[in-house]
Design a protein around this ligand. Sequence first.
Ligand code: TXA
Ligand code: MG
Length: 321
Amino acid sequence: MAEIGTNIEKAAEILQQGGLVGIPTETVYGLAANALNSDAVSGIFVCKNRPSFDPLIVHIAGIEDLSKYASDIPEIALKLANAFWPGPLTLLLHKKDIIPDITTSGLPTVGIRVPDQELTLSLLKNLSFPLAAPSANPFGYVSPTSAKHVNDQLGDKLQYILDGSNCGIGLESTIVGFDQEGAVIHRLGGLSVEDIEKVAGKTKLQISSSSNPTAPGQLDVHYAPKCKIMLESDTAIALEKLPEGSKIALIRYQKLFPEFSAFDQFVLASDGNSKTAAKRLFAILRLLDQYSYQYAIAEPAPELGLGLAINDRLRRASVQV
Ligand code: TXA
Ligand code: MG
């Protein structure tokens, strides 16, 4: 198992030597390495069993570092960075040569963000290089929102995990690229479309699926626990479809479902707020496996605020039964 602690100097030393460290961010925990060191970055792909065609996000200490790693930055990108960094927004920008090809899986663009997490920001300020960091989970599984989640799955492959407690947002960053007409959303995430559009104007949604993972590696089945998830607004009908005698949980948005054991129900947001739901979602998906549920029927979130991103994750975690 990895050591869990808050020692930034120790984390920095491991990273300087080309090693991997689990780091907290406001979205999910990352598996970090020196983004400018090809060997260190290749360690990330091996550790999480990630296909080499899935590019990594580069984390920087502040907007002032942006021009070291990206060029031809559109005006709206700067406006978005100024409005939302540090925060759950990744910008796809033309990469400079200093970023090795392995980090971007050979793409001419690089995903960059400034995370909003105190410890990780201090760490980044202490380093002379940016950090490449995908979510710190084995490829295809649910992203981690606590140091323990990281340790549970990658602990035997890591020396150190920086502990920033539970992630404040709980969903990965929203990924935004740019075309001639403006901002294009490539992954729904912790920053809502409404908030982005207040700064960038009307955006386009270009969320790819399994057939076209060329850009954001957004494979259809992703974020998936072992428990089979059904995304279904009518819980009663979904219950009828499941084999009798199976161990079933319900993921409810705000209220319990009557006529079903309360013990087997997980409520995302009893206050009805999509931010509360986002923060709890991944921990609940992990609990389903911990308690060995075979099936979970998930009620979709209202399609407002972070509800769109929550439904995107539930859809990708779900299967046809
Ligand atoms: O919130 C987050 O973004 C977290 C934390 C750790 O920062 N990171 C994260 O990384 O979610 P990851 O690797 O699990 O997901 C990043 C996604 C990938 O699916 C990848 O395809 C997409 O970002 N991406 C990265 N660089 C890209 C690029 N140049 N063009 C298109 N998509 C890119
Ligand atoms: Mg991920």
